[in-house]
Design a protein around this ligand. Sequence first.
Ligand code: NAI
Ligand code: MG
Length: 482
Amino acid sequence: MTFEYAPAPESRAIVSIKPKYGHFINGSFVSGKKHFPTINPATEEILSHIALGGTSDVDKAVAAAQKAYTKTWSKLSGKERGKYLYRIARILQERAREFAVLETLDNGKPIRETRDIDIPLVAAHFFYHAGWADKLDYAGLGHSPQAYGVAGQIIPWNFPLLMLAWKVAPALATGNTVVLKPAETTSLTALLFAEVCQQAELPDGVVNIVTGDGSTGAAIVNHPGIHKIAFTGSTDVGKKIARAIASTDKKATLELGGKGANIVFDDAPVDETVEGIVNGIFFNQGHVCCAGSRLILQESIAEEIIEKLKVRMSKIRVGDPLDKNTDLGAINSKEQLLKIKELSAVGDAEGADRWSPQCNLSDKGFWFAPTIFTGVTQAHRIAQEEIFGPVLSVLTFRTPQEGIDKANNTPFGLSAGIWSEKGSRIFWASQHLKAGVIWANTFNKFDPASPFGGYKESGWGREGGRHGLAAYLKNGKESGAK
Ligand code: NAI
Ligand code: MG
């Protein structure tokens, strides 16, 4: 006998969304000229209208950030800067439910994840960096490390507030001021964060938020008043940014795509591994740059793992993101859904075998059932390209070396997972994998103290931890960034 889950929707009464938003410049909201709608991808309901920032808005934001840097922020001691960061962290915790509901509405990710993962990690990033603000001299990054001035920060839609925290917290802790642009489909939590900056009485102009699209992002990248760029998003846009700043003295960290390998050896603990595979690819609808999107199974246990994985996948609850029982929410946008459908069709055409559990998907909104492709070879596009959705490509190997070779056969190098009972095998494999982040017998675990970043087309530099601080300091060593 199986039990059905009764609906358990989280109330949205806690959020109040304005019909229209402007930019947040010099401590105040200023109205925009043109606007575009932001929708709830689970229902296609228009939530609000977001301002489309142009070069003049970016100019004003950069001017405010420069003034705040020279007049206020660079004059404060690290201890004083830290106080603001602690204050922001505490307000974020106090307003956590509001942020979680708003993020779920605007992004489509389940409330279980915004409530238990995104927002707690956001607060943790501010607390962690608050602690560093007065200890930079002792961080091993050189004597009296200096901020760059104004940092331009451009973030994606998959972890909207979390990516803001990854960018804003280290920038402020190291003494920089910022101009940040959220992604076009998910600006609302960044705008609510602007209210938190006001509530924390952060000096005007230290944080500026200009909303808009790729052209707004490009205006930030090309602005002569910006000395440091921090970008998370697609490899294509990352390459454009690298070209745009090549002939300047701008520094950059680029956090780009991935095609993470989850390698399962024949001595892996089967049930835990199946749970880890599910977490690796179906967390956040698979909209995760470090997702374990290639499952690489040792041949002798492949059949058993796939069978158990299918049983487990049949229990994934897809639906209303605000329902506390939901595991897999809505795909963030129509464009992203199309991309997932297109690449999955390529998988069919190339001869891989597609399987999904039975799911009742709503006609309204953007949905895609959890999917696996077996019989995938290294030459298949679904083994090489980032699908950025709940789609897993399964490959097999016979010898450990073949497993490593297959894992490394990708233009990316962001993350990898190793499943094995033997410590010696885990150490051996992790030494031979070309990935910035490697998990052993777990997947998709994040901590502000742990540096994150990739090899090859997955980007430049590291964010988080001591390495992440270095990327915001002029003489900061060890960042690996431009
Ligand atoms: P994108 O890279 O176009 O967007 C990311 C951010 O960059 C957004 O804020 C966007 O407005 C901005 N942007 C776009 N063009 C720009 C330019 N020329 N200069 C400066 N900023 C610019 O990502 P998009 O189109 O939303 O997603 C496309 C694909 O990228 C996804 O299907 C996925 O494969 C990948 N992606 C990877 C992410 C990651 O975390 N690695 C995050 C988002 C997307
Ligand atoms: Mg939206």
